[in-house]
Design a protein around this ligand. Sequence first.
Ligand SMILES: Cc1cc2nc3c(=O)[nH]c(=O)nc-3n(C[C@H](O)[C@H](O)[C@H](O)COP(=O)(O)OP(=O)(O)OC[C@H]3O[C@@H](n4cnc5c(N)ncnc54)[C@H](O)[C@@H]3O)c2cc1C
Length: 362
Amino acid sequence: MRQTDIAIVGAGPAGLMAAIQAAEMGAQVLLLERANELGGQLIKQTHKFFGSREEYAGERGFEIAHKLMDQLVQLSNVTVWKNATALGYYPDGVLSVKQGNSFCLVKPKKLIVATGASEKTLAFPNNDLPGIYGAGAVQTLMNVYGVKPADRVLMVGAGNIGVIVAYQLLQAGVEVAAIIEAAPKIGAYWVHASKIQRCGVPILTGHTIKKAYGTDRLSGVTVCRLDEKWNQIPGTEQDFAVDGLCLAVGLSPLTELLWQAGCKMEFVPELGGYVPWRNADLLTTHHNIYVAGDVAGVEEASAAMVEGKLAGLAAAFALRYQSENFAALYHEAKSQLNALRSAPVSAKVCNGLCKVMLGEAV
Ligand SMILES: Cc1cc2nc3c(=O)[nH]c(=O)nc-3n(C[C@H](O)[C@H](O)[C@H](O)COP(=O)(O)OP(=O)(O)OC[C@H]3O[C@@H](n4cnc5c(N)ncnc54)[C@H](O)[C@@H]3O)c2cc1C
């Protein structure tokens, strides 16, 4: 049984920041990551980030991951286990972990869950044909493994992810036939949407997929228009001959460990699905479990990093670790989070957060 002060599950921007902050306070930290690289979503993000300068706006996602890792390796009280999947958290406070082919048990005094989110999909005939991917999978293939996923792709979803990944497909030499979007409006920031349209890619709002077709792999997709009640309008069908279909239709928080631990959960559509109740320090209804990042509500890497900072600080403080600049760091993180969420685009997230916020923080 491995003992540690704080175990952190997930080494995306939230988990990395939590580890750095808790370790700088003096806590012994064990950081668990199921992939063989640290950085979470950041390692496949080749575009320059938006957001605020404090959270590395203007830098590329993978460069941000490298910066966080450079900070982490300076800290001798952080142990990192890669290829280590946290499988379960039990009533006696034990976390079971599978690393490679071996299983081990960890008993942390505090646990920070920073597992991120998984991609949503859509139900339509033949949605299991090879050639149909989630946008994150396409990013991984192209930007991590250097594999071109298809020659001609139709993108579904005109939010930031759909539009950014469509642009990255063009950069990789893939033709993007169109982006379709069920909503009547484009959800992505205009800077991204304008850029892709200038490249000649049409964005068709009020459209959905009717079916995909092909024998042993995707050869085309039929789309159609939607009326104002989101019903398909017969006679508006249009065919696209494509060998790739990319779904960028949202993310769901990866909350299994929290359910198992008995944290109080709530379905909050504005945050992507079921999320845990938490206080302003990211402490859930379980007295030893904190959350940070997309698992607490799908947002952006910038918010994930600041939540990681707060959770790391709060968990270490709860174990009576102190640093002379604790109060300054704590208040700085809170005001960074407020600043990030004060933009009009964050109104939806703020509405969602109100539904799961408990009182009482540090
Ligand atoms: C195309 C695209 C573009 C984006 N652009 C921006 C942008 O410009 N600016 C911005 O701020 N944000 C952007 N984002 C959003 C940002 O990437 C996410 O909000 C952010 O990565 C969330 O961080 P996280 O640490 O919560 O989760 P993740 O980055 O998803 O990390 C979670 C980690 O946990 C690990 N994990 C999960 N379960 C387990 C387990 N049981 N055991 C061990 N490890 C586990 C995963 O392998 C992963 O490494 C973009 C996202 C996408 C997809």
